[in-house]
Design a protein around this ligand. Structure first.
Ligand code: 5BU
Length: 276
């Protein structure tokens, strides 16, 4: 993976503003960690984000699982994003026709496009899903990730499906900034021997990362930050329960220590990758 440049160098090449900003933030904070905040109470949601904020470049949300959601929660989230300097990724996994996803992205209770720098979509409907989302997201400088693979046992997104996801992304490089995947797919990004100025680049964000467990008993599969970044060429590790355990009675000091532990592991794996 020696051909993968530094985050700072790669930031200069992306045209999409959200991708650029994410890479610059990763470099500045020396953190390729994204914390996935999968809790159902607003209070706990904000407490976790405030605790992990200094150690992350990206916060991932499932905004539709918050029991007591009010739009003011988004304003608190935005305040924390400024305070700690991170971007926001709503893991919405859009999967419908272009017209419907454009409405789901722009409207409803959550108005995702107004606050999430990054969101994601299943490629299953074909290129029209990108067109629909781009009609809302591009004018707002947003970025999209395609779900090329999943971390769960027995996932159907593999082989030719994953290859087709890459083809769809290549046709929409102004809006599609990368993939949710388990590894850097063959030929994706700068390849050995290629002129860096001419090479395409895509970000690989990867869930299913944990230092203390190998699965969750519900199909989730975990591997270490080193496996993900150094072994598989991913760029950002996404970690949820590995950092805050079971929601409910959280020890906020422990949450902070765990986020620093994952930040360090992810960053060291990247430094090793640069040398390899
Ligand atoms: P965990 O607590 O680290 O297992 O949380 C992982 C998060 O990433 C959770 O929000 C999932 O919805 C999300 N995820 C995933 O785990 N695997 C995937 O393939 C995709 C998303 Br896509």
């Amino acid at each position: 993976m020696a051909y993968l440049n530094t985050y700072a160098d790669r930031a200069k090449k992306f045209i999409n503003p959200s991708a650029k900003l994410l890479l610059e933030t990763i470099e500045r904070k020396q953190s390729n960690l994204c914390v996935s905040v999968d809790v159902t109470s607003s209070k706990e949601f904000l407490a976790i984000i405030d605790a992990v904020g200094p150690y992350v470049s990206l916060i991932k949300t499932h905004i539709d699982i918050i029991d007591d959601f009010e739009f003011s929660l988004i304003h608190r989230l935005q305040e924390l994003s400024i305070k700690h300097n991170f971007l926001i990724f709503e893991d919405r996994k859009f999967a419908d026709i272009g017209n419907t996803v454009a409405l789901q992205y722009s409207s409803g209770v959550h108005r995702i496009a107004t606050w999430a720098h990054i969101t994601n979509a299943h490629p299953v409907p074909g290129p029209s899903i990108i067109k629909g989302l781009a009609s809302v997201g591009l004018p707002l400088n947003r970025g999209l990730l395609l779900l090329a693979e999943m971390s769960t046992a027995g996932a159907l997104a593999r082989g030719p499906y994953t290859e087709d996801a890459v083809r769809m992304a290549r046709d929409a490089r102004d809006f599609v900034i990368g993939f949710i995947a388990q590894h850097r797919m063959e030929g994706v990004g700068l390849c050995e021997g290629q002129n860096p100025d001419e090479a395409e680049d895509f970000l690989i964000l990867t869930p299913g990362v944990g230092l203390d467990a190998t699965n969750d008993g519900l199909g989730q599969q975990y591997r270490t930050p080193e496996d993900a970044i150094l072994g598989s060429g991913c760029d950002v590790i996404i970690v949820g329960r590995g950092i805050y355990g079971r929601p409910g009675n959280m020890d906020i000091d422990k949450v902070q220590r765990q986020s620093e532990r994952y930040r360090e592991a992810g960053w060291n794996a990247y430094l090793q990758r640069l040398k390899s």
